[in-house]
Write a protein that binds this ligand. Structure first.
Ligand code: FES
Ligand code: FE2
Length: 396
């Protein structure tokens, strides 16, 4: 059956959606253009990445009042600033006088205020205009409402999350349905207390593929027996083609009997994280918080992967291995063995994801999904709903 899908037609790309016959008839696949068209990418930037919560940085990178990070989200230059009360603010890096960028450094400390280098208009760490030379000579109308534009910002799991919509619904409204669907009410995240952990290692992957192909891959473990021998040795359940994210059960998956930790050699890197009960000390959990995060929980560490679309066919993935600070303080602490298991797995994933990206160039490109890949349907539905939204934030 062929059905037109009007949600995507607004992008200007003539799409035809084909629903697969049989067991998974509700899973709508997307045409190749959905993964390689710059028009679709721009529309996604507008309708998804300018109006959803995105994980952008570890909180610890803003250590105290005045510290800032200069980041880019969906073409917008944002200054993340910790104010004097210790809260994170997201301010547009755009002076309200004549529109100059105010800061080109990637990180640092503003001290008590933010001063534009052009004519010295000066703003508080919350973005309020504090002073400007000869401002009394401006008309009252010109002086009115000259504070910096803001985006929404909050902290969760030890990460800073930003939504370019200054009036965004709370982060929980985006995350709660995803967590509920995955963990069925169990507060798995609390046990791992990700906010208390520190980054022991970071790898940045530059993937020549569309961001949606990366999430589609993360949605299923059908490829695990073929692609991931090392991961399957650590977590035997993955040999069935069902991962912890793709179900069918909502529990985590147990480590192999001869593995004492989630690592390439099977050795533990550190003691189990302090909040875990005995069963979780041998479990692996995963959850996808689209459109920006894959979180993976192991007995002694958490891996957070942030997915940052750069172009229709290019995506940056930032992987951070988080360990407990007490473990990292131990003499001889070395995360390399643990890092290798996920790193090997990631590189295997990204290699085949790039092959699919190349496949999207064919006019005959199409996909069909096995029952193992049912979660892709939920991801597509979420993206389709977001793309159906008529407008992003107007102020930003
Ligand atoms: S443009 Fe910033 S002070 Fe003039
Ligand atoms: Fe994989």
């Amino acid at each position: 059956m062929t059905v037109a899908h009007d949600r995507w037609q607004a992008t200007g790309v003539p799409f035809t959606f084909i629903s697969s016959a049989g067991g998974l008839s509700m899973v709508l696949q997307w045409p190749g253009a959905a993964y390689r068209s710059s028009e679709v990418f721009d529309t996604e930037q507008e309708r998804i990445f300018r109006s959803t919560w995105l994980c952008v940085s570890r909180s610890a990178r803003l250590p105290g009042p005045g510290s800032f990070l200069n980041i880019e989200i969906a073409g917008e230059n944002i200054l993340l600033v910790r104010n004097r009360e210790g809260e994170v603010r997201a301010l547009l890096n755009l002076c309200r006088h004549r529109g100059s960028l105010m800061c080109t450094e990637t990180e640092g400390n503003f001290g008590r205020s933010i001063r534009c280098p052009y004519h010295s208009w000066t703003y508080s760490l919350d973005g309020q205009l504090l002073s400007a030379p000869y401002i009394a000579e401006l008309s009252p109308e010109a002086r009115e409402d000259r504070d910096l534009y803001t985006a929404s910002a909050t902290e969760w799991l030890g990460y800073i999350w930003v939504n370019l919509d200054p009036h965004a619904e709370p982060l929980a409204s985006q995350m709660a349905p995803l967590l509920e669907a995955r963990f069925d009410g169990e507060d798995v995240l609390a046990k791992y207390d990700t906010a208390s952990l520190d980054v022991a290692h970071t790898v940045v992957y530059d993937v020549a593929a569309n961001w949606k192909l990366i999430f589609e891959n993360f949605c299923e473990c059908y490829h695990c027996p073929t692609m991931h021998p090392e991961l399957c040795a650590a977590v035997p359940q993955f040999r069935t083609g069902y991962g912890t994210v793709s179900g069918p059960a909502r529990q985590g998956a147990e480590l192999a009997a001869d593995f004492s930790g989630f690592s390439l050699t099977g050795a533990a890197t550190a003691d189990p994280l302090p909040g875990l009960d005995a069963a979780d000390e041998r479990m692996f959990y995963g959850v996808l918080l689209w459109p920006s995060v894959s979180l993976n929980f192991t007995p002694d560490h958490v891996l957070c992967m942030r997915v940052e679309p750069l172009a229709a066919d290019r995506t940056r993935v930032v992987a951070e291995w988080l360990f407990h600070p007490d473990a990292m303080a131990q003499p001889g602490f070395d995360p390399a063995d643990a890092v290798k298991l996920f790193d090997v797995t990631n590189r295997q994933d990204f290699e085949v994801i790039e092959l699919v990206q190349r496949g999207t160039r064919s006019r005959r490109f199409e996909q069909v999904y096995s029952p193992h890949e049912h979660l892709i349907g939920q991801f597509h539905e979420w993206v389709d709903d977001a793309m159906a939204a008529t407008a992003g934030p107007t102020e930003v």
